[in-house]
Design a protein around this ligand. Structure first.
Ligand code: PLP
Length: 210
Protein backbone atom coordinates (compact mmCIF):
# COMPACT_ATOMS: atom_id res chain seq x y z
CA UNK A 1 0.00 0.00 0.00
CA UNK A 2 1.42 3.39 -0.90
CA UNK A 3 1.09 6.00 1.81
CA UNK A 4 1.09 9.71 1.09
CA UNK A 5 3.44 11.62 3.39
CA UNK A 6 2.24 15.09 2.54
CA UNK A 7 -0.99 16.17 4.25
CA UNK A 8 -3.57 17.26 1.70
CA UNK A 9 -6.68 19.29 2.30
CA UNK A 10 -9.26 19.16 -0.47
CA UNK A 11 -12.70 20.47 0.35
CA UNK A 12 -14.57 18.91 -2.58
CA UNK A 13 -15.47 16.18 -0.11
CA UNK A 14 -14.24 14.77 3.17
CA UNK A 15 -13.59 11.57 1.20
CA UNK A 16 -10.69 13.04 -0.77
CA UNK A 17 -8.71 14.40 2.15
CA UNK A 18 -6.03 11.83 2.90
CA UNK A 19 -4.93 10.92 6.44
CA UNK A 20 -1.44 11.80 7.65
CA UNK A 21 1.04 9.29 9.04
CA UNK A 22 0.04 10.24 12.58
CA UNK A 23 -3.62 9.65 11.79
CA UNK A 24 -2.84 6.24 10.29
CA UNK A 25 -0.77 5.29 13.32
CA UNK A 26 -3.57 6.40 15.65
CA UNK A 27 -5.99 4.17 13.74
CA UNK A 28 -3.65 1.17 13.81
CA UNK A 29 -2.93 1.54 17.52
CA UNK A 30 -6.43 2.50 18.68
CA UNK A 31 -7.83 0.67 21.66
CA UNK A 32 -10.86 -1.33 20.55
CA UNK A 33 -13.73 -3.15 22.20
CA UNK A 34 -17.37 -4.14 21.71
CA UNK A 35 -19.27 -1.05 20.65
CA UNK A 36 -22.67 -2.69 21.28
CA UNK A 37 -21.79 -2.98 24.97
CA UNK A 38 -20.36 0.57 24.81
CA UNK A 39 -16.99 -0.98 25.59
CA UNK A 40 -14.97 0.48 22.73
CA UNK A 41 -12.96 3.22 24.44
CA UNK A 42 -11.99 4.88 21.17
CA UNK A 43 -15.56 5.07 19.88
CA UNK A 44 -16.75 6.30 23.27
CA UNK A 45 -14.12 9.01 23.29
CA UNK A 46 -14.86 10.03 19.69
CA UNK A 47 -18.58 10.32 20.43
CA UNK A 48 -17.98 12.40 23.55
CA UNK A 49 -15.45 14.64 21.84
CA UNK A 50 -17.70 15.18 18.81
CA UNK A 51 -20.65 16.05 21.06
CA UNK A 52 -18.47 18.44 23.07
CA UNK A 53 -17.07 20.16 19.98
CA UNK A 54 -20.46 20.66 18.38
CA UNK A 55 -22.34 21.47 21.59
CA UNK A 56 -24.64 18.45 21.67
CA UNK A 57 -25.70 16.28 24.62
CA UNK A 58 -24.44 13.06 23.06
CA UNK A 59 -23.08 11.63 19.85
CA UNK A 60 -23.38 8.37 17.92
CA UNK A 61 -20.64 7.03 15.66
CA UNK A 62 -21.77 5.54 12.34
CA UNK A 63 -19.77 3.78 9.67
CA UNK A 64 -20.74 5.97 6.70
CA UNK A 65 -21.77 9.51 5.90
CA UNK A 66 -24.84 8.45 3.93
CA UNK A 67 -26.04 6.29 6.83
CA UNK A 68 -25.45 9.19 9.20
CA UNK A 69 -27.47 11.57 7.05
CA UNK A 70 -30.35 9.15 6.56
CA UNK A 71 -30.56 8.18 10.21
CA UNK A 72 -30.60 11.88 11.13
CA UNK A 73 -33.48 12.45 8.70
CA UNK A 74 -35.41 9.41 9.94
CA UNK A 75 -35.02 10.36 13.58
CA UNK A 76 -35.94 14.02 13.18
CA UNK A 77 -38.87 13.88 10.78
CA UNK A 78 -42.29 12.32 10.48
CA UNK A 79 -43.69 10.75 7.34
CA UNK A 80 -45.18 13.22 4.89
CA UNK A 81 -42.94 16.08 5.92
CA UNK A 82 -40.49 18.12 3.87
CA UNK A 83 -36.77 18.53 4.38
CA UNK A 84 -35.50 21.94 3.35
CA UNK A 85 -32.08 21.70 1.77
CA UNK A 86 -29.84 23.58 -0.63
CA UNK A 87 -30.16 22.55 -4.26
CA UNK A 88 -27.64 19.83 -5.07
CA UNK A 89 -27.52 18.61 -1.45
CA UNK A 90 -25.86 15.25 -0.91
CA UNK A 91 -28.85 13.96 1.10
CA UNK A 92 -30.92 13.98 -2.08
CA UNK A 93 -28.55 14.20 -5.01
CA UNK A 94 -26.33 11.27 -4.10
CA UNK A 95 -28.43 9.20 -1.71
CA UNK A 96 -30.81 7.36 -4.04
CA UNK A 97 -34.09 8.87 -2.88
CA UNK A 98 -33.53 7.18 0.47
CA UNK A 99 -35.22 9.97 2.38
CA UNK A 100 -38.44 9.03 0.60
CA UNK A 101 -37.90 5.27 0.88
CA UNK A 102 -36.83 5.14 4.51
CA UNK A 103 -38.43 8.17 6.11
CA UNK A 104 -41.36 8.98 3.80
CA UNK A 105 -40.24 12.59 3.43
CA UNK A 106 -39.54 14.75 0.39
CA UNK A 107 -36.86 17.36 -0.25
CA UNK A 108 -37.72 21.02 -0.71
CA UNK A 109 -34.83 22.73 -2.42
CA UNK A 110 -33.80 26.31 -1.93
CA UNK A 111 -31.72 28.19 -4.47
CA UNK A 112 -28.08 28.05 -3.43
CA UNK A 113 -25.54 29.72 -5.72
CA UNK A 114 -22.24 27.83 -5.29
CA UNK A 115 -23.90 25.69 -2.62
CA UNK A 116 -24.69 28.58 -0.28
CA UNK A 117 -28.38 29.06 0.56
CA UNK A 118 -29.80 32.42 1.61
CA UNK A 119 -31.41 32.35 5.11
CA UNK A 120 -34.28 34.42 3.71
CA UNK A 121 -34.86 31.75 1.05
CA UNK A 122 -34.95 29.15 3.82
CA UNK A 123 -37.46 31.24 5.75
CA UNK A 124 -39.70 31.50 2.66
CA UNK A 125 -39.50 27.74 2.09
CA UNK A 126 -40.94 26.88 5.51
CA UNK A 127 -44.50 25.65 5.11
CA UNK A 128 -47.34 27.31 6.94
CA UNK A 129 -50.53 25.96 5.40
CA UNK A 130 -52.45 22.88 6.46
CA UNK A 131 -52.67 21.98 2.75
CA UNK A 132 -48.95 21.57 2.38
CA UNK A 133 -46.60 18.94 3.73
CA UNK A 134 -45.10 20.44 6.88
CA UNK A 135 -41.46 21.33 7.21
CA UNK A 136 -39.76 18.70 9.31
CA UNK A 137 -36.11 19.58 9.05
CA UNK A 138 -33.71 22.18 7.71
CA UNK A 139 -30.52 20.65 6.41
CA UNK A 140 -27.27 22.56 5.87
CA UNK A 141 -24.37 20.89 4.08
CA UNK A 142 -21.00 22.31 5.02
CA UNK A 143 -18.86 21.94 3.01
CA UNK A 144 -21.17 21.57 0.03
CA UNK A 145 -20.01 18.53 -1.91
CA UNK A 146 -21.64 19.11 -5.30
CA UNK A 147 -20.72 22.78 -5.38
CA UNK A 148 -17.08 21.73 -5.24
CA UNK A 149 -16.55 22.01 -1.50
CA UNK A 150 -17.91 25.48 -0.78
CA UNK A 151 -17.59 26.48 2.85
CA UNK A 152 -20.79 28.00 4.22
CA UNK A 153 -20.09 31.46 5.65
CA UNK A 154 -20.76 31.54 9.37
CA UNK A 155 -23.37 34.29 8.94
CA UNK A 156 -25.39 31.94 6.75
CA UNK A 157 -25.31 29.23 9.42
CA UNK A 158 -26.27 31.77 12.09
CA UNK A 159 -28.94 33.27 9.82
CA UNK A 160 -30.60 29.91 9.24
CA UNK A 161 -30.41 29.17 12.97
CA UNK A 162 -32.21 32.47 13.60
CA UNK A 163 -34.89 31.59 11.04
CA UNK A 164 -35.37 28.31 12.88
CA UNK A 165 -35.55 30.04 16.27
CA UNK A 166 -38.16 32.51 15.00
CA UNK A 167 -40.17 29.63 13.63
CA UNK A 168 -39.99 27.76 16.93
CA UNK A 169 -41.26 30.87 18.71
CA UNK A 170 -44.18 31.12 16.30
CA UNK A 171 -44.91 27.44 16.86
CA UNK A 172 -44.88 27.86 20.64
CA UNK A 173 -47.06 30.96 20.61
CA UNK A 174 -49.63 29.34 18.32
CA UNK A 175 -49.84 26.33 20.61
CA UNK A 176 -50.00 28.54 23.69
CA UNK A 177 -52.90 30.35 21.97
CA UNK A 178 -54.66 26.99 21.58
CA UNK A 179 -54.22 26.88 17.79
CA UNK A 180 -54.13 23.14 17.17
CA UNK A 181 -55.37 22.88 13.60
CA UNK A 182 -52.25 24.04 11.88
CA UNK A 183 -49.52 22.26 9.98
CA UNK A 184 -47.20 23.94 12.47
CA UNK A 185 -48.64 21.64 15.12
CA UNK A 186 -46.88 18.69 13.61
CA UNK A 187 -43.74 20.45 12.65
CA UNK A 188 -40.54 20.89 14.58
CA UNK A 189 -37.35 22.18 13.07
CA UNK A 190 -34.75 20.76 15.41
CA UNK A 191 -31.05 21.35 15.73
CA UNK A 192 -29.29 18.19 14.66
CA UNK A 193 -25.75 17.58 13.61
CA UNK A 194 -24.62 14.97 11.14
CA UNK A 195 -20.89 15.29 10.98
CA UNK A 196 -19.02 13.35 8.34
CA UNK A 197 -15.39 13.01 9.38
CA UNK A 198 -13.98 10.05 7.46
CA UNK A 199 -10.42 10.42 6.25
CA UNK A 200 -10.08 13.99 7.40
CA UNK A 201 -10.99 13.04 10.94
CA UNK A 202 -8.66 10.07 11.05
CA UNK A 203 -11.40 7.51 10.65
CA UNK A 204 -11.51 5.70 7.30
CA UNK A 205 -15.27 5.90 6.89
CA UNK A 206 -17.41 7.48 9.49
CA UNK A 207 -20.22 9.79 10.29
CA UNK A 208 -21.50 11.15 13.50
CA UNK A 209 -24.98 12.08 14.62
CA UNK A 210 -25.83 14.44 17.47
C1 PLP B 1 -21.89 15.93 2.60
C2 PLP B 1 -21.67 14.47 2.39
N1 PLP B 1 -22.53 13.61 2.97
C3 PLP B 1 -22.37 12.29 2.79
C4 PLP B 1 -21.35 11.77 2.03
C5 PLP B 1 -21.30 10.28 1.80
O1 PLP B 1 -20.47 9.63 2.68
P1 PLP B 1 -20.27 8.03 2.57
O2 PLP B 1 -19.58 7.79 1.28
O3 PLP B 1 -19.44 7.68 3.77
O4 PLP B 1 -21.63 7.41 2.62
C6 PLP B 1 -20.44 12.63 1.43
C7 PLP B 1 -19.36 12.09 0.61
O5 PLP B 1 -18.74 12.77 -0.17
C8 PLP B 1 -20.60 14.02 1.61
O6 PLP B 1 -19.77 14.90 1.03
Amino acid sequence: MSVSHSPRIDLRSDTVTTPTETMRRAMAEALVGDDVYAEDPTVNELQQEAARLLGFEAGLFMPSGTMTNQVAIAVHTQRGQEVICAEGSHIYEWELGMMAAFSGVVPRFVVAPRGVPDPEGVRRAIRRSIHQSPTGLISLENTHNKAGGTVLPQEVMVGVREVDRGYQELFRSLRAGGWQRSSLRRTAVRPVGAWCCKAAGGAPRSGWNG
